[in-house]
Design a protein around this ligand. Structure first.
Ligand SMILES: *Cc1c(COP(=O)(O)O)cnc(C)c1O
Length: 400
């Protein structure tokens, strides 16, 4: 055991979680309680002024004309696809290395997801592969700003213009992130946001938002989220029930005021990780290249696999990354794997016919990623413990 490890043993007091929303609540709890009580006393629980105010504030924050609140990030994506009449016979190009709902909604509206490989540096889809994936059936592109890191929107918009395609940004993990000085969600035709509690702007429950500069699309989405109707009992479309409730809107109004501070804190946490982890061999750290401005929803490193073992985990066996994760856990440091199985290899998408190895960077990345504890309130001492635990785990495994 080296000196770092001994220090680690002495300092274990409790487990460092991947994120800790209770600490955030300690800071803003009083404000939230007051707002919640006001809503409860008002007797107005769905829609109303709280939701409208949030929509106005969120539109201003994202620098768009309009924002339409809904029940989740998944619904935001679904409503956007529906508003543009994307459906049976259409293809939508996206990343396979994302949360399931990005592709799920494409299938839900009757269209077909087309997956392209990722750029292992940014974890986002490789925009150089967009053009080759376009067919006469292609209607839209969904760039995902994964882990808070904006996709290359310059290239996405250029390709979309050339081929007359729609761009629906999946901003679920990237509220506040910027590409070339523009907020994500204001660059494509629509932006789709999630307020799931683990996102940078999270509610105390589910919630979502669609942003757009197109007034017609905004009106259609307003109808679709409320049973195809914006005049009561007069239905022009088949929609869904996807309203945001007033309690969540009140909470989100408060949290929106803190968002830039929290994103800045995440940035500082990321900087500190870079310093602590850069001397450790065998791992690859995330790098943010201009003109991207990440909001660090996750701090995700790669545990480099020997080339020959690259696909072990996808075949159900434990790989190097999983071993590191277990050892860190036993030292009191939690970490997460986002995402262990890429979407093109999910059982439900077998019918699409993708093979293991067809999107090689995606397959390998799914094997190697490890997201370390990341939240605005994590302390430098805790980050030290994360670094020691990681270094220790790697050393132990290499000496086994
Ligand atoms: C969270 C997330 C969604 C879905 O948002 P929900 O609010 O959970 O429905 C969609 N896409 C990505 C990339 C996400 O991370």
């Amino acid at each position: 055991m080296d000196q770092d490890s001994r220090l680690l043993d002495k300092t274990i007091v409790n487990t460092i979680p991947p994120l800790d929303l209770a600490r955030q609540y300690q800071i803003i709890g009083d404000e939230i309680s007051t707002a919640v009580q006001q809503v409860l006393a008002s007797g107005r629980y769905i829609g109303g002024a709280m939701v409208q105010e949030l929509e106005t504030q969120f539109a201003a924050y994202t620098r768009v004309e309009q924002a339409i609140a809904c029940n989740s990030g998944t619904d935001a994506l679904y409503l956007a696809l529906r508003a543009y009449n994307i459906g049976a016979g259409d293809e939508v190009i996206t990343s396979s290395f994302t949360f399931f709902s990005t592709a799920e909604v494409i299938t839900l509206v009757g269209a077909t997801p087309v997956f392209i490989d990722i750029d292992p540096q940014s974890f986002n889809f490789d925009t150089q592969q967009l053009a080759a994936a376009i067919t006469p059936k292609t209607k839209a592109i969904i760039p995902v700003h994964l882990f808070g890191y904006p996709a290359d929107m310059t290239t996405v918009m250029e390709v979309a213009r050339q081929h007359n395609l729609l761009v629906i940004e999946d901003c679920a993990q990237a509220t506040g992130a910027m590409w070339e000085g523009q907020k994500v969600g204001s660059i494509g035709h629509v932006g789709c946001f999630s307020f799931f509690p683990t996102k940078n702007l999270g509610a105390c429950g589910d919630g979502g938002m669609v942003t757009t500069n197109d007034p017609e699309i905004a009106t259609t989405i307003q109808k679709l989220r409320e049973h195809g109707s914006n005049i009561r009992y007069y239905h022009e479309l088949i929609g869904i029930n996807s309203r945001l409730d007033s309690l969540q809107a009140a909470i989100l109004q408060i949290k929106l005021r803190y968002l830039d501070r929290w994103n800045q804190a995440r940035h500082e946490v990321a900087q500190r990780y870079q310093e602590l982890l850069s001397p450790i061999p065998g791992i690859i750290l995330p790098q943010v290249l201009v003109p991207a401005q990440s909001v660090w929803n996750q701090y995700t490193i790669r545990i480099q696999q020997p080339q020959s073992e690259a696909l072990e985990g996808l075949e159900g066996r434990s790989n190097l990354r999983d071993q590191v994760r277990e050892k860190m856990q036993s030292q009191g440091v939690s970490s997460m794997v986002y995402y262990p199985i890429p979407l093109h290899l999910q059982p439900v998408y077998k019918n699409l016919g993708y093979q293991l190895g067809q999107l090689p960077h995606t397959d390998r990345t799914a094997q190697e990623v490890l997201s370390l504890p990341m939240f605005p309130e994590i302390t430098p001492e805790e980050q030290q413990r994360v670094a020691y635990a990681l270094k220790d785990a790697l050393q132990e495994i290499s000496s086994d």
